[in-house]
Design a protein around this ligand. Sequence first.
Ligand code: URA
Length: 443
Amino acid sequence: MSNHAGFVELIARKRDGKKLRDADWRVVARAAAALERDPDNAPVPAYQLSALLMAAYLRGMAFSETRALTTAVADSGERLDWSGVDRPTVDKHSTGGVGDKLSLIAVPLLAACGAAVPKLSGRALGHTGGTIDKLESIPGLRLEYAAAELDGLLRGNGCFIAGHSAALAPADAVLYHLRDVTATVSSRPLVAASIVGKKLAAGAGTFVIDVKSGRGAIFPSQRESLRLARDIVRLARDAGRRCVCLLTGMDQPLGRAVGNALEVEEALAVLDGEGPGAVRDTALELAARGLKACGLSGNIDEAREAARGRLDDGAAREIFERMITAQGGDLCAFVKRSRDSIAEETLTAPRAGWLRRIGARAVARSAMLLGAGREKAAEAIDHEAGVVLAVERGARVETGQSLARLHTRRPETLAAARKALAGAFVIGGERPTPHRLLREVVE
Ligand code: URA
């Protein structure tokens, strides 16, 4: 069944709450992959796939259906094979956050601890950032590679970060895009199949997944995020992979910088032994959990010690630099780049009090208005644009004190971005209780 009329039956079955068979999910993934290859001649149009996604969103999916879709997504294109690599392969993924620059630190850190880390990343869409956009702020850096070239990069440096090629899990590219424009992103089975399907195609033996939880995450509720983490671990295990999920808080941006070049700078600071503690601690924990899950460390204390050691002795920073150079990037040119054309403005506190909240979505909205993100996939971004927070949640602030700096090459955006950013800060009379960043570990 790969024609228009047959697909209607499939939509109707899901609309009526029936379980689809494995073969039906293969039809869905094949239809999505055909749309990715040749949208004008695909047998199933985007509107029918969208209707099916909405039916799945509203009716839910049995775990067996989620597993069938996961396998079908992974098989919708090529699968990378790292079986010839002589170190354990570990892949890291995040469900998406604001100010989340952790891949830039965790990837070289895991490699410095002895893992091979083939990391394929995406771009920003909606309110969450994308690692590829961040890295594109480094002059000369190449991010598109054929599979054979990726093999050379992994063997040479122990890691790479490259763009997700259209040949890998092409069904997910279409399904994710359709979900993004039909309000069907926040479906637990669809998120789990999207993430694990892509990771299976990318071929690593162990997955470390950072499942964000809180107001700035796909699932604000910790209960739903925890269920997602359990589904991800079960799907990965059923496919013969090792997997650990960390549930981390995303109520406020991670660290201080939100925006592409600004986040690369903050990641470099952490690799240099500086930078915000929340970024450092989360990157260390992700790396340590990955080392334990892939078998390089026998227990979590030993893994934490190894990760801390390799961050503090500069080994992770050295591997990051080698990775950037091997991919054609010029880190010195990035560090010394001119900031002459960048307009900056300070947002100050309108009153004194305790900083009770820094809303992640409002900060992301402000950064996007400044040019750091995109509302539509084809939009150009300004790599220098973004927001740097001057204070952390829980701080005592005085009237007129700096809360954040806005950066942009599009000064006409400053007024709207300032207004959006002002809405992120909630100042009150009572000191807030601290948030825990690491909430659960599922393995
Ligand atoms: N990240 C993904 O890769 N897929 C989703 O569906 C959501 C977040």
